[in-house]
Design a protein. Structure first.
Length: 329
């Protein structure tokens, strides 16, 4: 049984990173050749201070600064389901001094929902590398009548639309995941989005305003440990990613489901010069092997999936296609 961290083999970084390392010889040599970086770097986080992505990004920025010998300043630009900050990243100069915390909600879902965005997807950015993902869960109040996920699903089938599940925002990954599950399982939930994010969604189930909540496991871990909430299920791609207390639900259990996940990584404006990408990609690999950073991921229930620039781009392109299919685009 896995706990809150399952380390994927770092050999998955593949030949592209190896080629980058050979090209560099060492990050210091490349830095000398390009004079990059020679001043502070800004890392934009499109979520509020203290949110899951913010905590991760601040630790990443600290380590990146140590590797490159500069200060990395984290700035928050929350709102619009992550699109406000992502637009800032999109509009920055492609000089390596503005980076961003990338998330598949603003990069792979919101372009389908918002035709007014100045970017249309990951093709309008430079990808540096992927970090990992967080699986969606279903958790109920400890006073709930449902002891297992099977009981929960049977109740939903018996009374379509009667069971309410809160999510952190309309159109986020958890919302999409529940919509897909409804189709695969032949059930209908009353999905209730909260503009205040996952924290409000959790408060709603604690107060029994809704029957259940779907957020990342870390968002309910404390309430589960205190006995206020009961874990039912976690949607994941593999039983190897199991988190204690949650029943693992995979595509094998409900044919037709895809593995949707909250995935994170580091991005930059489009057309970032290749020599700078190589420096940042090499630094990314080093960070993804850092025990201190891995501990931060573990505390936030991340499944580590360290990928290089091209692999992270392909992941986001696949996410875009998968979410578009669910949304009918």
């Amino acid at each position: 049984m896995k706990t809150f961290l399952s380390r994927r083999g770092f050999t998955a970084l593949g030949s592209a990173v190896a080629a980058s390392i050979l090209l560099l010889g060492a990050a210091g040599q490349a830095i000398a050749q390009t004079d990059y970086p020679n001043r502070d770097i800004t890392l934009i986080v499109p979520y509020a201070p203290g949110a899951s992505g913010d905590i991760l990004a601040r630790q990443y920025g600290t380590l990146l600064g140590e590797i490159l010998g500069v200060t990395v300043v984290v700035t928050n630009a929350p709102g619009g389901s992550g699109t406000i900050g992502t637009v800032e990243i999109f509009g920055a100069e492609p000089d390596g001094y503005t980076l961003g915390y990338g998330h598949n909600s603003p990069l792979a879902i919101q372009p389908h929902n918002n035709a007014g965005l100045p970017y249309r997807g990951v093709e309008d950015f430079t990808t540096i590398g992927g970090i990992g993902h967080q699986s969606g869960t279903v958790t109920v109040n400890s006073a709930s009548q449902w002891q297992t996920f099977a009981e929960f699903v049977e109740a939903a089938k018996a009374e379509p639309g009667a069971i309410s599940i809160s999510v952190g925002a309309a159109g986020n990954v958890k919302d999409m995941q529940l919509q897909q599950f409804q189709q695969a399982a032949g059930v209908e939930f009353n999905i209730v989005p909260f503009a205040g994010g996952g924290a409000e969604a959790v408060v709603a189930v604690l107060g029994q305003i809704v029957d259940a909540v779907s957020v990342n496991a870390s968002s309910v871990r404390g309430q589960i440990e205190s006995g206020d909430l009961r874990p039912l299920a976690m949607f994941t791609g593999s039983v190897q990613d199991e988190i204690d207390g949650f029943e693992v639900i995979t595509a094998e259990d409900y044919p037709g489901m895809q593995y949707l996940q909250d995935s994170s990584g580091i991005i930059a404006p489009a057309e970032l010069p290749g020599d700078i990408v190589a420096i940042l990609e090499s630094a990314h690999q080093t960070i993804m092997e850092n025990d201190e950073f891995l501990a931060v991921l573990e505390a936030d229930s991340y499944i580590v999936d360290a990928t290089n620039s091209e692999q992270y781009r392909e992941q986001l392109l696949n996410d875009y296609a998968n979410f578009g299919e669910i949304l009918g685009n």
